[in-house]
Design a protein around this ligand. Structure first.
Ligand code: F6R
Length: 628
């Protein structure tokens, strides 16, 4: 829900193995000086940290954009600047990138506890301004901790749960006898709930410590210093090597370097991996919005999915086939993709499965056991409801297949089987290409279950080519359609079978980015209530390709039309019921969802533009939902 970043300029440089050579990666990270070499030549001017932190915040802005701030240490004093608004606005007001000091932390916030105010923006300090914290997650017992501190006379400036962290650190630091490291080790066991934080102290020229439990925190190594962040994207322009912290691990960064402690406080060596360049590639490539860029990337996503790792897919497929019960769990768009996966499993592999939305999963946990496979699907791999469900599943002895897009994420670590989408970074808050990636992957999994992976791959290849052709000409028709319908208050989306989740996804995109009420449903359900809402001109989008669902969906669209609906048909065959036809190519029936969703995403995109909304920054939504 929030993005955190810290950067500390180090006096010594990391040396990575030659990036051109095929030589295995050598351990670079460990005890503080083990792998650091060559002091920077004396006299090199030391750049300040804040511009790099500011740049990182801009790259993390998709995680939250209601307020932002940076703290740095300069000559033993802590400086904090923060405000409400998007990062560019806060920077314009507070000159974030000009803050002095070679060590700094920053935060971009998405409010959970405490409204959007300057006081509630991060970073947060203790009362005396000795330590400063940027935090992602929820301190579930913050009220109890706050009451205790309050009783000792400690004054709070914000309404956030986060502020208890620096206040507790300052209390443990006392009159200076304890080190920040000791204070962190004493405080962490008292914090309940998932978190990742970076704390910076003004002592000793600046010490920066990062700890995680449940929320991600990665360490990046650049030629100039060490980064800590909730996402590798924040530093991928500067660091080519990274490590992920695991739960309870601590990274301690000073100007001399970094060292790692395990949850018992024992120093450990961590092996770095290269920053994945596909993931790091986050430019807009000349497109006005990330969302448009990501919609247009879908043909290559489909074909990339077709070239994924065979062994991982087959392992997961065998586990699914061997299970007594198979349950998908996911939220939002990932849940819609799972609904389509469910049809694929049934149609291709005759394997029944169910989809339980992650926020409800806990209430079904009683029926999980060691014969269950839970397929946990999440683009970010961070969604709190999904992670909570997976914990319950594991406690019940179920096996977990994690399907994620972000390479280093909590869900990836939790799965018994891991399937990575490889869609590259998705920055637009509304999920688009990862939906297509997820359904492509489920298509392959279903084929892997019946030993027809190769057939699945070549079908996907074909679908990717057709999707590319479709996307070339779509905008011309959808822009005028959006202009015509932009003032409507309600839209309904219908489809049957494998197309019904496409209807749900089309409606979700419309709601999210254009703020029009939109509902998606199985076409057969329309007459069980919703028909009462259809009046003259109400747009009804019918996803009715020429498959087994076509005739019945057309009948349902007709029922709406005779009550005045304006019917938009998404199909490869024309029908007299359509007032507007979005023509798509014919494909084999199970592949229609991969093709049909793109026009709906683009329709929502044009509708958002026609209504003056920013599709990349929908109100009240964040890309990673790390709270329950
Ligand atoms: C929709 C959207 C959200 C996410 C949901 C789950 O466009 O972005 O509905 O799909 O928050 O997110 P992940 O897949 O990261 O678990």
């Amino acid at each position: 829900m929030c993005g955190i970043i810290g950067f500390c300029r180090t006096s010594e440089m990391w040396v990575a193995p030659s990036l051109d050579s095929a030589a295995p990666v050598v351990p670079l990270v460990g005890a503080m000086h083990q792998t650091l070499i060559a002091n920077h030549a004396a006299g090199i001017s030391v750049p300040i940290a804040s511009p790099l932190v500011l740049e990182g915040l801009r790259r993390l802005e998709y995680r939250g954009y209601d307020s932002a701030g940076i703290a740095s240490v300069d000559n033993g004093s802590l400086l904090v600047r923060k405000d409400i608004g998007a990062i560019a606005e806060v920077d314009a007001l507070q000159q974030l990138g000009l803050m002095p000091g070679t060590i700094a932390v920053g935060h971009t916030r998405w409010a959970t506890h405490g409204s959007v105010t300057q006081a509630n923006a991060h970073p947060h300090t203790d009362m005396a301004g000795r330590v400063v914290v940027v935090h992602n997650g929820i301190i579930e017992n913050y009220e109890e901790l706050r009451d205790g501190l309050h009783a000792e006379g400690i004054v709070f400036r914000s309404d956030t749960d986060s502020e208890v962290i620096p206040q507790l650190f300052a209390r443990e630091l006392g009159d200076g006898c304890a080190t920040l490291e000791e204070a962190v080790r004493l405080v962490c066991p008292r914090l309940q709930g998932p978190y990742a934080f970076v704390v910076l102290s003004a002592h000793d020229g600046g010490t920066m410590i990062g700890v995680r439990k449940g929320n991600p925190l990665v360490v990046g190594f650049s030629d100039h210093g060490v980064f800590l962040s909730s996402d590798v994207l924040a530093f991928s322009e500067h660091a080519r090597w990274m490590v992920s912290l695991t739960d309870g691990e601590m990274a301690i960064v000073t100007s001399s370097g970094v060292r790692f402690l395990n949850p018992d406080g024992v120093e450990v060596v961590k092996i770095p991996s290269m920053v994945d360049c596909v993931w790091a590639d986050v430019g807009r490539d000349g497109y006005g919005h990330y969302m448009l860029k990501e919609i247009l990337e879908q043909p290559s996503v489909v074909s990339r999915c077709g070239h994924g790792d065979n062994d991982l897919l087959v392992d997961a497929a065998l586990a699914i086939l061997g299970a007594r019960q198979v349950v998908f769990t996911a939220c939002g768009t990932s849940r819609h993709a799972s609904l389509i996966g469910r049809y694929f499993f049934s149609k291709v592999a005759r394997q029944f499965s169910d989809v339980v939305m992650a926020s409800e999963f806990g209430y079904f946990a009683a029926s999980l056991n060691s014969q269950t496979v839970v397929i946990a699907v999440s683009q970010s791999g961070e969604t709190a409801d999904v992670i909570a469900g997976v914990k319950l599943a594991k406690e019940a002895g179920a096996r977990v297949v994690s399907v994620v897009n972000r390479p280093s994420c909590v869900l990836a670590e939790m799965g018994d089987y891991l399937v990575k989408l490889g869609c590259g970074a998705e920055i637009g808050v509304a999920a688009t290409k990862t939906f297509t990636g997820q359904i492509s992957l489920f298509y392959l999994l279903a084929h892997a279950m019946v030993n027809k992976l190769q057939l699945g791959r070549s079908n996907l290849e074909q679908a990717g080519i057709l999707l590319h052709e479709l996307l070339q000409g779509l905008g011309d028709g959808l822009e005028p359609l959006a202009l015509r319908l932009r003032d409507r208050e309600h839209l309904y989306y219908i489809g049957r079978g494998v197309n019904f989740a496409v209807a749900m996804e089309g409606a979700l995109k419309m709601k999210e980015i254009s703020y029009i009420h939109a509902e998606g449903m199985p076409a057969g359900e329309l007459k069980h209530g919703t028909l009462a809402l259809i009046e003259k001109g109400t747009p009804v989008v019918a996803i009715c390709p020429n498959d087994e669902t076509h005739a019945e969906t057309i009948s349902n669209a007709m029922e709406a039309k005779v009550r005045g609906a304006y019917v938009i048909g998404v199909s490869d065959v024309e029908s007299r019921v359509f007032d507007h036809w979005i023509r798509m190519p014919a494909v084999s029936s199970l592949l229609y969802p991969i093709i049909a969703v793109a026009p709906l995403q683009l329709f929502a995109y044009h509708m958002a533009l026609a209504r003056g909304c920013d599709p990349d920054r929908p109100r009240n939504l964040a890309k990673s939902v790390t709270v329950k």
